[in-house]
Ligand binder design. Structure first.
Ligand SMILES: *Cc1c(COP(=O)(O)O)cnc(C)c1O
Length: 360
């Protein structure tokens, strides 16, 4: 059996060229006689891999010199605690709750200080991004937190909130490198790489250096202090070498394919194929308010749970994997990250049309 079209929300599809390169490097990376998984993280060979990955990421995102790039472990979920533990200096932070991941981050931060949800879209099952142009951001809040692309609900901030001068912290796990970004608008951008960049278990955090505290409460675990990771070049302990290497290959793939502008253009075209179909379908309906739609995660329903299940089953048999919606919302969700070719989305839409005719 060949490769299927994988619509998983994460871990998710990776570019075939990258997988082929990794396979070619597997037994003998660049003549060193071993794979990247087997080499010392203290070797020059690995230092070159991590340095090159950081350099290419800086080029792709145009990251200014006063931002640090960290390769961390513990998933995006560990950042839910590391962010307040390091950045909540006044012990006050304002969160915008637009889905489960934002809510988890908010609940975790509450353990460490006076944390308020200044906006939420829970009233309509997180199917939209609230108006964030004039929120009651507190004068002494340390930062404003968002989840920029809501993987589960398929919504995306198309305009960043007005933070009234406070630093913006953004979880970009599911839209990382999907479009150009102005890093200077953020205090910190971070994401788990397993959605749009690489293998699970690695988080990339881009943090403005003046936000990283010289000292934190002494009860904060050493491994959870940004300063320690900065001082040790993301190698205070053994990093996720393999994931860093794969991300590096993906960065090269992105650079070769025109960078983030080209990626955005492709992603807009790809998502349009699916949204245009959903907008005219008599059977399938998108669940998100059009103005808040994500280019990466597209949830949809038939309105009938049995028919949803039938669709997911028949789609799987036809080579379209992982279309079942998140367990908390049901229905379907197609995640169409950078590495999903347009042909995959077109094939899915053709299959949906056929299913619609057969089940009219
Ligand atoms: C998947 C996801 C997470 C959680 O990532 P882990 O690496 O599993 O902790 C957090 N935020 C967003 C937006 C996600 O999509």
């Amino acid at each position: 059996m060949g490769r299927i079209y994988n619509f998983s929300a994460g871990p998710a599809v990776l570019p075939e060229e990258v997988l082929q390169q990794a396979a070619a490097d597997m037994m003998d990376y660049h003549g060193c006689g071993m794979s990247v998984m087997e080499m010392s993280h203290r070797s020059k060979m690995f230092q070159d891999i991590i340095d090159e990955a950081e350099k290419d990421l800086r080029t792709l995102m145009n990251i200014p010199d006063n931002y640090k790039v960290l390769f961390l472990q513990g998933g995006a979920s560990l950042q839910f605690a590391m962010i307040p533990l390091n950045l909540m200096k006044n012990k006050k932070a304002d969160y915008i709750v637009t889905g489960q991941w934002a809510k988890k981050a908010y609940q975790e931060a509450k353990k460490y200080g006076d944390v308020v949800a200044v906006a939420s879209s829970a009233d309509k099952t997180f199917s939209y991004i609230p108006d964030c142009s004039d929120l009651p951001i507190r004068e002494d809040a340390d930062y404003v937190y968002i989840c920029e692309n809501n993987t589960i609900y398929g919504t995306k901030f198309h305009t960043l909130p007005n933070t009234k001068g406070k630093d913006l912290i953004s979880d970009v796990s599911s839209c990382f490198l999907s479009e150009p970004v102005d890093v200077t608008k953020y205090g910190m951008i971070y994401g788990g790489v397993q959605k749009n960049i690489g293998p699970a278990g690695l988080v990339i955090a881009i943090i403005r250096e003046d936000l990283i505290p010289e000292s934190v409460d002494e009860s904060v675990p050493t491994m959870m202090q940004y300063k320690i990771h900065v001082e040790n070049g993301s190698m205070y302990n053994t990093p996720n070498c393999w994931a860093i290497y794969i991300c590096g290959l993906v960065f090269k793939w992105l650079l070769k394919n025109g960078g983030l502008e080209a990626m955005q253009k492709k992603n807009i075209e790809k998502a349009k194929v699916l949204y245009d179909f959903l907008d005219q379908s008599k059977l399938f309906k998108g669940t998100v308010e059009p103005a808040s739609r994500s280019l990466m995660n597209v949830p949809f329903v038939t309105g009938n749970e049995e028919l949803d299940a039938k669709f997911v089953k028949e789609a799987k048999a036809a080579g379209f994997e992982n279309l079942k919606g998140h367990r908390s919302v049901g229905g379907m969700r197609a995640s169409i990250y950078n590495a999903m070719p347009k042909a995959g989305v077109e094939a899915l839409v053709a299959f949906m049309k056929k299913f619609e005719e057969e089940n009219a």
